[in-house]
Design a protein around this ligand. Structure first.
Ligand code: 5GP
Length: 137
């Protein structure tokens, strides 16, 4: 079954496409979290960052930068959130890997704040967690 984004790419459903090349497409998110909220995704569907080939990922992030700069020019942007939800637990709803470019205008216009757990983690626990990641690399 094709993803909703593949349907947009195939022009089976409409979207406000702002950029397209052979490998990547970018269009307005139907839900404009803020003005200019744009998605950037490879034309070929990969479910998550774990699946997408590195060269395509590199190209995709270059397009993200292009879109970010365009949003800064087009709107009165004060900052941008660039994010990618990977996995349902992380909030992914369309399983076709993509980046969100979300322009920010005023503080707290969207609730993107990472929970600060600085005081909840012991020095040993930081060491343990870092070691587990390093060993897995
Ligand atoms: P995710 O939740 O997977 O990180 O992001 C999926 C995004 O796709 C959501 O922000 C959602 O609003 C957007 N979206 C879902 N369906 C459509 C659609 O048909 N057209 C467009 N342009 N965006 C969509």
């Amino acid at each position: 079954m094709s993803t909703i984004f593949e349907k947009i790419i195939a022009r089976e459903i409409p979207a406000h496409i702002v950029y397209e090349d052979d490998l990547v497409i970018s269009f307005l998110d139907i839900s404009q979290t803020t003005t200019g909220h744009t998605l950037v995704c490879p034309k070929k569907a990969y479910a998550s960052i774990n699946d997408i080939p590195e060269d395509l990922l590199a190209h995709t992030i270059k397009v993200v930068k292009k879109i970010a700069l365009a949003c800064e020019k087009a709107f009165n942007v004060e900052g941008l959130n660039i994010l990618s939800n990977n996995g349902a637990i992380a909030g992914q709803t369309v399983f076709h890997f993509h980046f969100h470019v979300i322009p920010r205008y005023v503080e707290n216009d969207v609730l993107f704040k990472l929970t600060n757990r600085m005081n909840e983690v012991s020095s040993d626990e930081y060491k343990k967690r870092a070691l587990l990641i390093k060993e897995a690399l």
